[in-house]
Design a protein around this ligand. Structure first.
Ligand code: NAP
Length: 297
């Protein structure tokens, strides 16, 4: 089906589902992951495997990256053996990681020196959205490259929005992350009260989820909290990476980050306790610790 050959770098919680959806949509996909065993599942499903990011780029028209943090994107795109060393003129790089908007503009400029195009396309919707192809994707970069990449975005997401030039997708993602963590704080505080009141927590969720208080975090993460399932859709360590990016933007713009600073401090207590690899919904544990109240079973 797809006419452009796709490369995919970074088969973590998100990349695994996203690359699988590209494969299932009929694209020819070549994958690379730093820990090679993590490519086995995709290769078994029909993807090809390359030996480096440059090797992926050499056999791809469009390369998608979904790795952790800004230095990691810099490494896989412009470092030794990076995409830039294998990409042909006119090829396109799509970065779906959440990273610094400023760094994104710098990377786009470096790629442009080699006539390689770039879109920043951070995503939202959790591991579930990645697996089901229902991500929200916020895209920065040239409009014609956005149109070129649309079949890929449609395979990976259900709400795809072109929001501006290079870096704008990352800036919108920071806006998204403020909303996510405030939501999770609200979910946590609400469940704390429900638990302390001795309410039936599942019935409480049933009662409030469909009304004005409903949200993605409430529907997807509150049940995990009440079941005390702390496995990550999105780890606390990555959440803190995003909040660092948000707080840097607030500082640069001389804005007060009252709520986001508070949530970042609460997550820091969890990292201090060695819980950074748990899901971001474990924010509830920070409130439990303050209150001496346990939510759920
Ligand atoms: P993850 O499960 O921790 O996976 C991270 C991926 O990045 C792995 O494939 C890892 O390779 C790779 N990686 C990290 N540093 C690297 C480096 N220096 N060189 C090469 N590869 C490197 O994380 P994730 O949850 O999939 O998140 C990936 C990105 O999506 C992050 O920017 C995150 O903020 C964003 N995001 C995540 C979610 C979510 O709900 N999980 C939602 C929206 C956006 P190894 O396998 O070798 O470790």
């Amino acid at each position: 089906m797809g006419t452009e050959r796709i490369g995919f770098i970074g088969l973590g919680i998100m990349g695994r589902g996203m690359s699988r959806n590209l494969l299932d949509a009929g694209f020819e996909v070549t994958v690379w992951n730093r820990t090679p065993e993590r490519t086995d599942e995709l290769v078994a499903a029909g993807a090809a495997r390359a030996g480096s990011p440059a090797g992926v780029a050499a056999v791809s028209d469009i390369v998608v990256a979904c790795v952790s943090d800004t230095p990691d994107v810099v490494q896989v795109l412009t470092g030794d053996d990076g995409v830039i060393h294998g990409a042909a003129r006119g090829s396109l790089v799509i970065d779906c990681s959440t990273v610094s908007p400023d760094a994104t503009r710098m990377i786009a400029a470096r790629l442009a020196e080699r006539s390689v195009e770039m879109l920043d396309a951070p995503v939202s919707g959790g591991s579930e959205g990645a697996a089901h192809g229902t991500l929200s994707i916020m895209v920065g970069g040239p409009a014609e490259q956005f149109e070129r990449a649309r079949p890929l975005f449609d395979a990976m997401g259900s709400a795809v929005t072109h929001v501006g030039d290079h870096g704008a997708g990352q800036a919108v993602k920071l806006v998204n992350q403020i909303l996510v963590v405030h939501n999770m704080l609200g979910v946590s505080e609400a469940l704390l009260l429900a638990a302390a009141e001795g309410l039936d927590l599942q019935r409480t969720l049933d009662a409030v989820s469909g009304g004005a208080a409903g949200s993605w975090m409430l529907s997807n993460r509150a049940p995990q909290v009440i079941n005390r399932d702390w496995s990550p859709g999105f780890t606390i360590d990555l959440q803190q990476k995003d909040l660092r990016l948000v707080l840097e933007a607030f500082e640069r713009l001389r804005l007060p980050a009252v709520g986001t600073s508070l949530v970042a401090q609460l997550y820091a207590t969890l990292q201090r306790r060695g819980l950074g690899a748990e899901g971001n919904h474990a924010l509830a544990k920070a409130l439990e610790h303050l209150a001496g109240v346990e939510i759920g079973r």
